[in-house]
Design a protein around this ligand. Sequence first.
Ligand SMILES: [Zn+2]
Length: 393
Amino acid sequence: MRLFLLLGILFLSFKAFAQYGCEVKSGPNSLDDLLRSIKKLNSIDVRSSCTKKFGTSFTNYVNESLNSGIKCLMNLSGKGSAQIAEKITSLIKLKGTTIECEANGAKSTTSIATASINEANNIPSKNLYHPYLVINSDAFDFKDSNSLDKFKATIFHETIHNISYGHGEGPEIAYSCEDCCFHKDQNNKLACEVCAADYQNGADSSYLQKIISWANATGRTHSIMLDQLTYDGLIKSPGSKQLLEVLVQLENAHGQTLVNIFTSKMLLEEKIADSEIVKSIAEIEVPKKYEDFIVIAKKIARARIDFLAKGDYKLALKDYRSIDLDSLQKMFDKDEDPFKQSQIFELWLYLNDEAEYLKKAVTSDSDKSEVEDFQFKLALMNVVQTKSKKEKN
Ligand SMILES: [Zn+2]
């Protein structure tokens, strides 16, 4: 099942590094230079909320985290990782950073930590100004060595947010560098490859290839974000053979869907893409139990081809509007077979996702309002498969 981006992305706004007033130097400093500057980290303002809860060792562990993280980045000898190491040290030297500890985290009970990405994340009521980290003090126990390791990894991860990298937009730097430098037991070689390289943007094809291998190997949930990255790339350059191939490959990795099978068939038949992965998905024979869903899945695939491969947003909109949502709803209400209901729900999720991307792509106000109208109809549908629905009746 495809998942729309429901991730708890806390800070999404992105700003260029220029806001710190520090240019990234052309060549990396020596490791010694960097570590010397990190030793002078008296510009880290650890609030008493942290030392009260964790004692004075809190600051030592923060230093250990940054030291070993930066050392790791420098040892990767990649252009991207060297720049990240420099940005972290420059930021701390020039601006310092504030670390606050709060029970239950700053924003939610599930988050173990949050960090500012830029000044837009300032919280004057808490006297928190960029750059800052907020640690959920309930989430860590230094007496437990696993928890302490997680703490060090988290400090490093959150500091990467401080130098402007978020999640879900642009290359996934925070998780890849965290996995590479702090989770050596996991399949971290691929994470290191993602972390080390330097990319133009999140739709950079070399980035996408690396992150797909990493996500596939580890099952890291970041693969969820890849859909969006790929779509963003395709909206910018519709018809990109490589991105289209990445898209069907990703969906294949998430779990095969009818829509993906028909998308691959159309890509192949219309000679838009012909990689091995497209061919192998296109060859899949659709089992008989899916027959009720073929018409609508084909329509969605048709719309995606018009949208993503041909860049014809108006035609894609027409394709979507030709889908009979009423009969889809009727089919859902009539048949209580969990398999059928889950198929309908999956198609409905597809339509929601696609409509959201289409809205990003259309340019005229009238097209936008047509997409919104379609989204409104989808929102009115009741295709969430629940036992409680039946129990209530
Ligand atoms: Zn994060």
